[in-house]
Structures are given as C-alpha cells and as structure tokens.
Design a protein around this ligand. Structure first.
Ligand SMILES: Cc1ncc(COP(=O)(O)O)c(C=O)c1O
Length: 484
C-alpha cells in the first residue's frame, strides 16, 4: 500500500517540541547565569581537547534534544571562557543581558532577512528609529539623525564600520571614481600609533594599502598629537599624495586614551578629510552627560561608531555606525541588480540598509537593542555605567596607594592600566598566576614598551565585591610570587 505523504516523518521539531525544549534552554541559560561564578573564568582546556571529545562523523539519524543540551554541559562548557562572569576583567567587556538575549531570540524566531525595506519594513524602520534615539541618548550631533542629512545603521562590528567609513572617504576623495577605476596608490589615511588594528585591516581591504596608513605619534597620555597629524598631512600633500581620512579614537583599546577631537576635527575640516570617530567601548559612557566632555569636538565627525555589544548590555554582535552624509555612504556601497528592484526602492521613500554596509543580508539586530533600551531605560543604563566607572576609579586609587604598583596611564573611565614596579617578568608572572587561579581573568598590553596589566570593569553583573576581590587576589598573588 502506498504511504500517505502526510504521514511521512517530517524530521522537523514540532511547535510543541519547540516550546518544551525552548523552556529547557531558557532554564539552562538562567541556571548558567546563576552559577557562572563557580567556573574558572579562563577556560583550562588544551588545544584540540574539545574536538577530541566530539564524534568524528555527524549522526546519520537525529538525536533527542536532551542529549544535545547534555553535551553542551559536559563537552562544551569546559571549553568556554566565561565572558559573562562578573570576574571577567580582560580585554574589554562583551556584556549581555536578559532583555538582549530575549530580543536576539525573537530575531531568530522571526527569521527575518532585512536586506531591503520591502523584505521586512519593521526591520528597517525599528533600526532607524532606535539609531535616532541613540543620537540623543549619547549627545551626538543632530546631523547623524535620519531626519537630517545623515543616519545610523547597525553593523556587525566596529571593524566593519571602520571599513565602510574608509571606503566612503576614499570614494568622496576621488569624486566617486575609485570604485570603478581602483586606487592609484596616492590616497593617504591617518590614525595614531594606538588606534585599533581594525584600521590597518580596513586600509588593506579598501585598497589604500598599509604603507599609506600613517600612524601618528601620541603624547604622554597616549592621545594623538594633532600638530604631528598636521605636519604629516602637509608633508604628504607636498609629496603629491591625497590625504583623505583620519580615524580618531574615544577610548583606545590599549589604555583608553582620548584623542582630541576638536583639534583633529579642525585639521580635517581645513584639508577636507573625512573624520571617523571610533568609540567602540567608551561610546557607551556618553549615555551619562558628565562623561561627554570626553567627546568634545564630535560635531566635526563625518562618521562615528560604538559597540553596544561591548559595554551596553546588548549581546554580541551589535555595532552602531552613523554618518553625517548618508548620500556619500550609499553612493559608495550601492549596487542594484535587477532581482532586487522593487517599487518601494524606486520610490526613494525608504531606506534599504543593504546599501549601508558590506554584506547584502542582515539580521533583525535592532530588536535586542530596542529591548535593552526599553528594559533598562536611560536611567538604568546610566546607573550601571556610573557604577562601573566608580569601581574602576576606586581600583585605581588602591593601585596609587600601593608602593609596589603604579598606574601606567590616566583612568578616564572604566579601564585601569597598572603595573608592578619590579618590571616585565614580574607583571607577566602576576598575570599568569591570577589567570591560572580561575578566580578572575585580566589581560595585558605594552605601554612605552613595558608590560602593563589592564583591568576593565564592564561586565553586566560586576559589583564592588568582585573588584575588591580582584585587588585582594592581585595582592595575594604578588606576595606569592615573592614580589610584595
Ligand atoms: C577602540 C576599538 N576599536 C575597534 C575595536 C574592534 O571591535 P570589533 O570587534 O567590534 O570589530 C575594538 C575592540 O577590540 C576597540 O577597542
């Protein structure tokens, strides 16, 4: 007898199964959040250990969902470095929150691909709206508003934002011909010796070439020297080159240095250069009006970006990127093949975000950002940012008061760069002991050629007791290393 096709096994998860397993996953995440402090912050597995624990070939037949979740617990968790631990002080935060996770889950549930306004109008319009909200929440120039000449778009990362900014600068400087004809090796871009490496990558990809990316020297606070920038631009112009782009940073990765935006902006304006401001982590601090003097001069910016996925409780990935002149960006990145033509686009009345970044397809990322902003409110976000800054300032005070340690850079916000006076080997030893202990995780940089420890406060659940414990542990390990 022939089988009725409707009785065939579908292999899919039914809505009822989804509901049941979904509850189990949410329970697992909630439990993870409650017990995250019980794990060593830095994963202890050796290279290859996780793969060795996995079956060599994929299953021929589907497995019960319970066994998937069990393997996450038994096989995957040991190989996780716990970025969501309140004792995570390394690199920069990548904090997450309940509303962010749930917003992201909804985005997956809707499964929208918002490359064009018409492929899901809500995906585009919510994004535009939230990006406009953020302009005012962060005290950014009104020209970044979608109702003005500019507008904002969510990118995956600050690296992509920098690349888009550099591409638009390149096009503007060549009267929109380099997309077609390529670069002739004459365009020059500028950043400081402390700028994030994503700018070097952007120069590689954009065809500027790293030989044409000038790393401008910094002052004793690791901020770009505007007079050195002006000198270099003059020299390049005299050599027949075409300066086109400057990246200034609000909060460098190594030491949280603040480049002087006003002085840099005036130079950019004088020479017609595109000024991009990278505020990847520290941009979040601008939610609090008292920190905004750190971005004085931002009105000169042609583009600006920050990562809510670093410090604003919005789980990775989520980068907010604004331009003052959206036409320059769109003209740089727009291509309209026949199969994407549609009435809404032709009408000119809508935003098609595919023209605002590298890739075509895009997730509904604004949902998680919207959830975070609505859950915390401006007040809740400000509360946590102020607290993180307060804790970092307190930590820096303990460093200052200790004879063995010294601060290695100013502490404008939530990152403390410090070192033991006994030198590089001692600092390396202290850091390794701390990270091996599993109690906390911090990382290092080099400032003025010296190994420097970095403690960055920004995890969602980091409280005073965690920072106090970190300092206590640092003192203990210093003593154990016979350095006290
Ligand atoms: C100042 C700065 N810019 C850019 C980046 C790169 O961020 P993303 O991972 O979003 O590309 C970072 C983070 O490391 C950063 O600190």
């Amino acid at each position: 007898m022939e089988k009725n096709p409707s009785e065939e096994k579908s292999f899919h998860m039914t809505p009822e199964e989804f509901r049941q397993h979904g509850h189990a996953v949410i329970d697992w995440i909630a439990d993870y959040q409650s017990r995250v402090e019980t794990f060593p912050v830095l994963s202890r597995v050796k290279p290859g250990e996780i793969r060795a624990s996995l079956p060599a070939s994929p299953p021929a037949h589907g497995e019960p969902f319970d066994s998937l979740l069990k393997d996450v617990e038994d096989l995957i968790l040991p190989g996780v470095t716990h970025w969501q631990s309140p004792n995570f002080f390394a690199y920069f935060p990548c904090n997450a929150s309940g509303p962010g996770i749930l917003g992201d889950l909804l985005s997956s549930g809707l499964g929208v691909q918002g490359m064009l306004w018409s492929t899901s109008p809500a995906c585009t319009e919510l994004e535009t709206h939230v990006m406009d909200w953020l302009v005012n929440m962060l005290g950014l120039p009104q020209k970044f508003l979608s109702s003005s000449t500019g507008g904002g778009v969510i990118q995956d990362t600050a690296s992509s934002a920098a690349l888009c900014a550099l591409l638009a600068a390149r096009e503007r400087a060549t009267n929109y011909t380099s997309n077609k004809k390529g670069c002739e090796g004459k365009l020059v871009a500028y950043c400081s010796t402390q700028t994030h490496s994503s700018l070097e990558k952007a120069a590689m990809i954009a065809g500027i070439g790293t030989d044409n990316l000038r790393l401008i020297e910094v002052d004793e606070n690791f901020a770009m020297r505007p007079e050195a920038l002006a000198r270099q631009i003059d020299a390049d112009q005299r050599a027949g080159l075409t300066p086109c782009f400057v990246c200034a940073t609000i909060g460098t990765t190594s030491s949280n240095a603040m480049d002087p935006l006003t002085a840099i902006g005036e130079i950019c304006r004088q020479h017609g250069l595109w000024m991009h401001v990278d505020a990847a982590m520290s941009g979040t601090a601008m939610l609090c009006p008292e920190f905004r003097p750190l971005q004085n001069g931002v009105e000169f910016a042609d583009s600006y970006n920050f990562n809510p996925h670093k410090w604003m409780f919005t789980n990775f990935d989520c980068n907010c990127f604004w331009v003052a002149d959206r036409k320059a960006l769109i003209q740089t990145l727009s291509i309209l093949p026949e199969y994407l033509r549609n009435q809404a686009t032709e009408s000119g009345a809508v935003i098609d975000y595919r023209d605002w970044h590298i890739q075509l397809g895009r997730r509904f990322r604004s949902l998680k950002l919207w959830f975070v902003i609505r859950h915390y409110g401006v007040e809740g976000l400000q509360h946590h940012i102020r607290e993180h800054v307060r804790l970092a300032q307190q930590f820096s005070q303990w460093v200052k008061e200790d004879d063995g340690f010294e601060l290695a850079a100013p502490v404008p916000l939530n990152l403390v760069c410090f070192r033991h006076k006994a030198g590089d080997a001692a600092n390396q030893a202290i850091m390794e002991r701390l990270n091996r202990s599993g109690d906390l995780f911090l990382t290092h940089t080099k400032l003025n050629g010296k190994v420097t420890l970095r403690l960055c406060v920004g995890q969602t659940h980091t409280q005073a007791k965690h920072v106090e414990h970190a300092w206590q542990k640092i003192c203990e390990e210093t003593e154990a290393a016979h350095l006290a």
